[in-house]
Structure formats: structure tokens, C-alpha cells
Design a protein around this ligand. Sequence first.
Ligand SMILES: NC(=O)c1ccc[n+]([C@@H]2O[C@H](COP(=O)([O-])OP(=O)(O)OC[C@H]3O[C@@H](n4cnc5c(N)ncnc54)[C@H](OP(=O)(O)O)[C@@H]3O)[C@@H](O)[C@H]2O)c1
Length: 260
Amino acid sequence: MTNSDLTGKTAIVTGASRGIGLATAQALATAGANVVLTSRKQEAADAAAAQIVGSAIGVGAHAVEEDQARACIERTLETFGSLDILVNNAGTNPAFGPLVNQDHGRFAKTMDVNLWAPLLWTGLATEAWMGAHGGSVINTASIGGLGHEAGIGMYNASKAALIYVTKQLALELSPRIRVNAVAPGVVRTKLAEALWKEHEAQVSASTALNRIGEPDDVASAIAFLASDAASWITGETMVIDGGQRLGDALQYRSGASVGV
Ligand SMILES: NC(=O)c1ccc[n+]([C@@H]2O[C@H](COP(=O)([O-])OP(=O)(O)OC[C@H]3O[C@@H](n4cnc5c(N)ncnc54)[C@H](OP(=O)(O)O)[C@@H]3O)[C@@H](O)[C@H]2O)c1
């Protein structure tokens, strides 16, 4: 067994019906884990689980509904006997536009799904298994939580808070449970379509690695953080953005920044 092998471990990935969650479930299964994929709809969760090459089940569970989260964790333990890895991946962005134009409904939905749900699921997983046996929790944050961007301030505030919470939980749940986050840049998924679909070539060209991300790019980093290969890493937020946060790569490639 290598230290990135997850054979015998069990993972829950919330929001795994498509995108980064589905790719993460496959990466964890490929590494040997049993995987539980959640979606708001049982059929979508089942359909996603059926795509996984490996050991997987689908569970319908709205990430914010405590009863559904509790039932999902119970089903996981009944089916596979442990809960070693929790990926809090379900996310939403219903609140475009300036912060001062938001209303409480959009604020509450954003914060509930992106911030409260990871706290809820981490607490339940700790109580049901990880507190006694240890575990690894990975939260899907965003590079948006590390800076400022026009139009998505509410979403970014929720991800900034999730990065804070990741560090706080890493301390509170130490030393048995590691808690880390990933902060993806623009990834080819439905949630982020507004950020890439109409202008992919432009976004790619301005990124150091010259492309937007694919769900697998994030999934492999999550699988690493879940595994013993990351056994001395906790409270960290791993940026996975193809170099997007470095700045506009096009200026450098064109030689515009070369000094005289
Ligand atoms: N794509 C990017 O560029 C990017 C960048 C940074 C961070 N992220 C983060 O990555 C995570 C995954 O997003 P994605 O880009 O992969 O988007 P996606 O393809 O649209 O997938 C979103 C997933 O979340 C699930 N979901 C949404 N609300 C839920 C809820 N209340 N309860 C349970 N599941 C729920 C959806 O499942 P159902 O619709 O089937 O319920 C779906 O499986 C999110 O946390 C997002 O903020 C994405």
C-alpha cells in the first residue's frame, strides 16, 4: 500500500452529481476508496454513482438539511463500516452583482450551502466516526475567497469564510482529523459557465498554464489531501488555478513586461 492508496477507506463527496464532485468521487474510487456521492435528488445521485468505476453508492441529500445529512452518514456507516474522508464540495452561486444589491434570501442560500453545510457535515462526521477514529476533511473553496472580483462578492465572501473555517476546524479537531481546502480557479463546470463559456480562449490565454481547469485537475489534488501522502498537512488551502492568481500571463508572453 502506497501512502496515496485509499484502499479500505470510505469517503462522502457532497455535490457529486457532476463537475468537480463527480471527478473527485472517481479519483477517490480509483485510489481504492468506497465512495458515497450526494445530490439533492436521489436519481441524480444514483446516476452519478453508476458512472463510477469502483465501489460507490448514491444518496439523495440536500447539503443543508440536517436530517438528510445525518441519514447519509448513517447509510455510509451501515454500507461500508467507516467514514474516513469527507469532501464538502456542494456549492452554489445565486447572488450575482454588487453586495449592496443583495437580499437576505440570496445571502442565506449562499451562506447556507457554501458555509453552513461544510460545518454541519463535518460536525456530524466527527460525532459519528472521525472523532474516535480520525479522518480527513476537504472543503472546496475558491480562489475567489482569496481576493476580490466584480459581481461575485457574495459567493467570494462565503468562500473566504470557508477558508477561515477550514483553519479553525483544523485546530479544533486536531490532532486526529486533518481539515484542508482547495481553492480552484476557473474550472469547466456548469456552476462556472458564466466565467468561461463565452470567452474561454481569452481566459485561457491570460492564465500561465494557458487553459482553464478541468474537474480532474481539482479531483487529483483532493485525493492527495485525503490520503496519508498529506498526513502532515492541515489547515491549508491549496490553490489549483493553472497560475491564474499570478496575474495576466499574456503580458509576460508578449514581452510587454521586459525591462530595459
Ligand atoms: N467550477 C469552478 O470554476 C469552481 C471554482 C472554484 C470553486 N468551485 C466550487 O466547486 C464546487 C463544485 O462546483 P462545480 O463547479 O463542480 O459545479 P457543478 O458542476 O454545477 O456541481 C455542483 C454540484 O453541487 C451540487 N449541489 C448544489 N447545491 C446543492 C445542495 N444544496 N445540496 C447538495 N448538493 C448540491 C449539485 O448537485 P445537484 O444539482 O444534483 O443537487 C452538483 O453536484 C462548489 O463548491 C463550487 O463553489 C468551482
